[in-house]
Design a protein around this ligand. Structure first.
Ligand code: HEC
Length: 140
């Protein structure tokens, strides 16, 4: 490419050569300017993030956000449920399902293990189902 360009330049008039050099210089300056503009606007976003992350002391944004997790009702194998079922989503997701059959729950829990990787040993799957069944509202 450079070789080709310099070969071309040899067969050109001086005027044409300066014109091409000017054009190249123009392109280089343009590229540098856009780099600077990009860097400046990036700096801008970083600043606004920093401002958002540190609110004025005493303002309401200073208060820790409440983690709106439902308390787990006591029941058999609550610990296994707690350890395996609230990592990826709220406990609300399993706890607010319609009252499913035992077989359906076995299926759902198994899906959480095989499809998403819920950390449950095979022999812990049924105990977790027992917990969900024990704490669900009785069928009305
Ligand atoms: C590794 C991540 C992960 C873990 C751990 C996990 N889940 Fe899920 N769960 C998901 C994802 C992702 C979805 C939503 C996708 C879907 O609905 O198929 C979901 C959806 C659900 C649903 C909605 C209905 C359904 O079938 O999708 C229920 C109920 C549920 N999970 C129960 C549980 C229970 C009970 C446990 C504990 C054994 C558990 N989950 C552990 C990832 C996980």
């Amino acid at each position: 490419m450079c070789q080709w360009l310099s070969l071309q330049e040899k067969s050109m008039t001086d005027d044409a050569r300066t014109a091409i050099r000017r054009q190249r210089l123009g392109l280089i300056i343009l590229a540098l300017l856009s780099l600077v503009a990009g860097a400046l606007s990036f700096q801008g976003t970083r600043d606004s993030w920093r401002l958002a992350a540190s609110p004025a002391p005493g303002s309401s944004a200073d208060v820790e956000p409440a983690i709106d997790e439902p308390a787990l009702p006591p029941g058999p194998h609550q610990a296994e449920f707690q350890a395996a079922c609230v990592i990826c989503h709220s406990a609300r997701l399993p706890l607010t399902q319609p009252r499913l059959s035992r077989e359906k729950w076995i299926e759902v829990v198994h899906k959480m293990v095989v499809a998403y990787g819920a950390p449950l040993a095979p022999e812990e799957e049924v105990p977790v189902v027992e917990y969900i069944l024990a704490i669900q509202e009785p069928r009305s």
